[in-house]
Design a protein around this ligand. Structure first.
Ligand SMILES: C[S@@+](CC[C@H](N)C(=O)[O-])C[C@H]1O[C@@H](n2cnc3c(N)ncnc32)[C@H](O)[C@@H]1O
Length: 264
């Protein structure tokens, strides 16, 4: 992937971009007055840094930058004292007296679910794993540089540790019962309609699946349990029935909670 700056970038933005390119092993290109179309000629996505913002151009018509997406609405709902299904699902696994627990979000994506968990459980230690490099880069950059007018939201973003990896090998390297909760939100088995947030990323997501061996790994690695987000009729819930279901009665998606207490 190529990394460059906006056309009018200051010297300091150029220096920061070069440092970022070095640290991530990416090819830095001087932008000068070149249009994006010229940088896209090598058929690789281009990351453009401007003041505190990173935009990924996959081609001339497909670009993506970090935004709070649905997390903004969900945080507002939490602030109004309303429920969030994922927060409820996590809450069902933890002991109410302890809020310092660890979560691995195995499918970080745009970070919305991790942001909600981090906001709702400020003492939780959250690692997010993402296997698509452009998506990881954008989310990692956004989590460390996006500033919200509400400091508690900004702090929720900063607490998330975003790692570029795939959950299959990441989990394999972890000792038994070393993480309290694992969370999986893979791309849907049956994508009836694309979620608007993921439309600009079409063709650039990874397609990891929750298989029998991942379920086995999740049981091995987690201490309290794990959560899978899918459609209620998905085969994963038919093959491995969750200990608890969290979701609206008529929701098209929901959270299957697998509690290790009940699985033993
Ligand atoms: C439906 S999205 C997750 C959305 C996320 N929960 C959010 O709030 O933005 C699924 C994400 O998982 C990533 N993914 C798929 N397979 C993966 C794997 N094996 N390891 C890590 N990430 C994976 C995809 O690239 C995509 O970004």
């Amino acid at each position: 992937m190529i990394i460059t700056t906006s056309q009018k970038a200051s010297l300091s933005v150029k220096e920061e971009t070069k440092e970022l390119a070095d640290s991530l092993n990416l090819a830095y290109r001087e932008r000068h007055k070149k249009p994006i179309s010229e940088l896209l000629l090598s058929d690789m996505p281009v990351a453009v840094i401007s003041k505190n913002q990173l935009t990924i151009y996959f081609n001339e018509n497909q670009e993506h930058r970090f935004h709070l997406s649905m997390a903004q609405l969900r945080i507002l709902r939490l602030q109004r004292g309303e429920d969030d299904h994922l927060v409820k699902a996590v809450g069902s696994l933890i002991d109410e007296s302890s809020d310092a627990f660890s979560i691995i979000d195995c499918t970080l994506g745009l970070g919305s679910d991790s942001i909600i968990m981090s906001y709702a459980f400020p003492n939780a230690h959250i690692i997010g794993v993402e296997a698509s490099f452009p998506i990881w880069l954008s989310t990692w950059f956004g989590l460390k540089s996006f500033t919200h007018e509400d400091i508690s939201v900004t702090n929720a973003l900063r607490r998330i540790d975003a790692r570029y990896d795939n959950f299959e090998s990441y989990l394999q390297a972890l000792p038994n019962h070393s993480v309290d909760i694992l969370y999986f939100d893979p791309m849907f088995e049956v994508p009836i309609e694309e979620s608007p947030q993921f439309k600009p990323l079409r063709g650039h997501t990874s397609e990891g699946k929750i298989t029998k061996s991942i379920i086995k790994e999740a049981k091995r690695v987690s201490r309290l349990g794990f959560i899978i987000k899918e459609r209620p009729f998905s085969s994963i819930f038919q093959d491995f029935s969750p200990s608890k279901w969290v979701g609206g009665k008529y929701s098209r998606i929901g959270y299957g909670v697998y509690s290790n207490k009940e699985l033993q």
